[in-house]
Design a protein around this ligand. Structure first.
Ligand code: NAI
Length: 300
C-alpha cells in the first residue's frame, strides 16, 4: 500500500507507546485515525495531544478481550469516521516470571490480551474489509519475543509466537482480497509497558510472580533506552509501502536470529539421507494441484 491519505485507521492500544506512535505517524500521512484503549488516562492524554496539534482523532474506550465491545467499537467507527481499511492490532501487556510458578490467570491475561486481542480484531474487521471489496492492510504487533523465546518471558513469548504464526497465515489467506498483512516485531521500545499491570482485570489478578518495585524500576530503565515509538512507526509505514511480512528494525537481533535458524537447520537431514522425502513431496504437489483445480472450478 502506497497511499494512506483519507483511509480510516483503527489502532488498538493507541493511547500509549507503540500504538500512539502509529497514531501520530499515520495521522501525519493523512489517515483518519481512531484509537481504542482500555485506559481512560492514556486515551485522554493522547486525545489532548491531537487536539493540541489540531489533528482530529477519535477515541474509543475498549478492552480488546471483550468481543461484544469490539463489535460496538467497529460500528461506532463506521458511523462516525468511516469503514476501516487499516487495522493495527497493537494493544499488549507483558509480565515476566518463572514459567513453573505461573498461574492460569497469568496465562489467561497475557494470552487473552496479546493473542486474543489480535484474534478479536481480525474477526471483527476482516469480514467487513472483504465485504467492502476495497482492500486494506492489517498490522499485528508481536515482538522479537515472537521469534526468539526466553525462559522468564515464557507466556509473553507464547502469545507473541502465536501472533507471528497467525500473521503469516493471514497474509497468505488475505492476499486474494488485496489485504496486506505485516507483523511488527520490535525489540526494545520506549513506552509505558512497565506499568501495564495497572490494567490487569480483578478476575485475573491471581499471579504466581512476585515483582517488587526494584524490578519494575529496572524494567523502566531498560525501556527508557528503547526506540522512540514514532521512529518505530516510521519504519513500519515504509515496510507497509514495500508490503513486507516481517518488520524488524533492530540490528542487534541479526545474530540471535541466525543462531536460532542454525539450531533448526542443523538437525534437518540432507535430502540424500532421507529416502521418504520424494514420496511426501509428490503427495503435497498432487494435493496443491487438486486444490488449484478446485478453486478454478469454483471461480468459473
Ligand atoms: P504501552 O503500555 O505503552 O501501550 C500499550 C497500550 O495498550 C496502553 O495504552 C494500554 O492501556 C493498552 N492496553 C493494554 N491492555 C489493553 C486491553 N486489554 N485492551 C485495550 N487496550 C489495552 O506498551 P507498548 O510497549 O506500547 O506495547 C504495545 C505493543 O508493543 C504490545 O503488544 C507489546 O507487547 C509490544 N512490544 C513492546 C515492546 C517494548 O519494548 N515496549 C517490545 C516488543 C513488543
Amino acid at each position: 500500500m502506497q497511499d494512506f491519505a483519507g483511509k480510516v485507521a483503527f489502532i488498538t492500544g493507541g493511547g500509549s507507546g507503540v500504538g500512539l506512535g502509529q497514531a501520530k505517524v499515520f495521522a501525519r500521512a493523512g489517515a483518519r485515525v481512531v484509537i481504542a484503549d482500555i485506559s481512560a488516562d492514556h486515551l485522554d492524554h493522547a486525545l489532548n495531544y491531537f487536539r493540541h496539534i489540531g489533528t482530529p482523532v477519535h477515541g474509543i474506550h475498549l478492552d480488546v478481550t471483550d468481543r461484544a465491545a469490539f463489535e460496538r467499537a467497529a460500528q461506532e467507527t463506521e458511523r462516525l469516521v468511516g469503514p476501516v481499511q487499516l487495522l493495527f492490532n497493537t494493544a499488549g501487556v507483558s509480565m515476566f516470571g518463572p514459567l513453573e510458578k505461573s498461574t492460569y490467570e497469568d496465562y489467561d491475561w497475557m494470552m487473552g490480551v496479546n493473542f486474543g486481542g489480535v484474534v478479536n480484531g481480525i474477526q471483527t474487521f476482516v469480514p467487513r474489509m472483504i465485504e467492502r471489496g476495497q482492500g486494506g492492510y492489517i498490522v499485528n504487533t508481536a515482538s522479537m519475543s515472537g521469534l526468539i523465546a526466553s525462559g522468564p518471558a515464557g507466556i509473553y513469548c507464547a502469545s507473541k509466537f502465536a501472533v507471528v504464526g497467525l500473521s503469516q497465515a493471514l497474509r497468505q489467506s488475505l492476499d486474494r482480497y488485496d489485504i496486506g498483512v505485516s507483523v511488527l516485531c520490535p525489540g526494545n521500545v520506549n513506552t509505558n509497558i512497565a506499568e501495564c499491570t495497572r490494567n490487569r482485570p480483578p478476575h485475573l489478578a491471581n499471579t504466581g510472580y512476585h515483582i517488587d518495585a526494584d524490578v519494575v524500576d529496572a524494567f523502566r530503565t531498560i525501556y527508557s533506552a528503547g526506540m522512540d515509538p514514532v521512529h518505530l512507526a516510521e519504519h513500519l509505514i515504509e515496510a507497509m509501502r514495500r508490503n513486507q511480512l516481517y518488520v524488524i528494525p533492530y540490528a542487534e537481533f541479526s545474530g540471535p536470529m541466525q543462531e536460532r535458524l542454525n539450531l533448526a537447520l542443523k538437525v534437518i537431514p540432507d535430502p540424500k539421507d532421507d529416502p521418504g522425502m520424494a514420496g511426501r513431496e509428490a503427495a503435497m504437489t498432487k494435493r496443491r494441484a487438486e486444490r488449484a483445480a478446485e478453486s478454478q472450478k469454483k471461480a468459473n
